[in-house]
Write a protein that binds this ligand. Sequence first.
Ligand SMILES: O=C(O)CCC(=O)C(=O)O
Ligand SMILES: [Fe+2]
Length: 228
Amino acid sequence: MTLPHSTHQDDELSLFESIANDIADKGYSIHPSALPDNLTALLLQHMTELPNEHFKRAGIGRAKDHNINDFIRTDEICWITTDSDAGCAWIKWTQSLQDFFNRRLFLGLSSFESHFSHYAKGDFYKTHKDAFKGEDNRVLSVVVYLNQYWSANDGGELVIYNPQSATSSTDNDTIVVMPNFGSIVVFLSEEFPHEVLPAKRDRYSIAGWFRLNNSLNTDPRQYFRTLG
Ligand SMILES: O=C(O)CCC(=O)C(=O)O
Ligand SMILES: [Fe+2]
C-alpha cells in the first residue's frame, strides 16, 4: 500500500496550526528550519544582493520619537515591499499566516509590516519589547533567520525572557534561539522582552509585526489567557 504524500499545503497547514496552538498556550512559538527552503533561499539571495544604500541604521521608537541609539541597537534594516519576487513571496506567506491566525484565534489582525535586518560583526540589539500596552497596535512579532551554517561560536542568538521576571541570562525561563536558516520565531509583541546578542559574523534575518486596526475598539487579545 502506498501512503499519500504530504503536500506543500499540508505542511504549511500543520506548521500554522502548531504556531497558533503555541501562541494560545504560552504566547510564543519556535520552529527550527520551518520556513520552506525555496522561500528562505530566495529571501537570502535577494537580501544579500540588495545594494548597501538600501539599508539604513535602525532606530528605536516610532514617528516623532524615532531615533538612532548606538547603545540599544546597531543593526541596519531595509523595509520589505512587493517590488521584488522575494518580497512578494514573503508577503504572500505572511498573508496566509495572518489569515490562519484570524480564522483560528479570531485575532482580527489587519496588517503586516516587516524589514530585512543585517547585523554586521559586533552588532546587537539590547533587551526591548516590540510593543507597549496601550501605545502600539503591534500584536504578534515574527522573526525568521536566513543564515546557513551558523555555529554556536558565531554569537547573535535571540534571547527571549520570561514576561514576569527581570532580565537575567541565568534565568531558567530564558529561551535562546540560534539564528539558523529557515527558523521561525513568533511571540506576543507586548509580552516578551528579548535581545539579540552581539553577532560575530554577518547575521541576516527578517523581523515583522502583525498589527490590529486602530479603529477597532474591541481588542481581541482580551480573550487570551493573561501572561503577565
Ligand atoms: O533578529 C532577531 O532575532 C530579533 C530582532 C528584533 O528583536 C527586532 O527587530 O525587534
Ligand atoms: Fe524585537
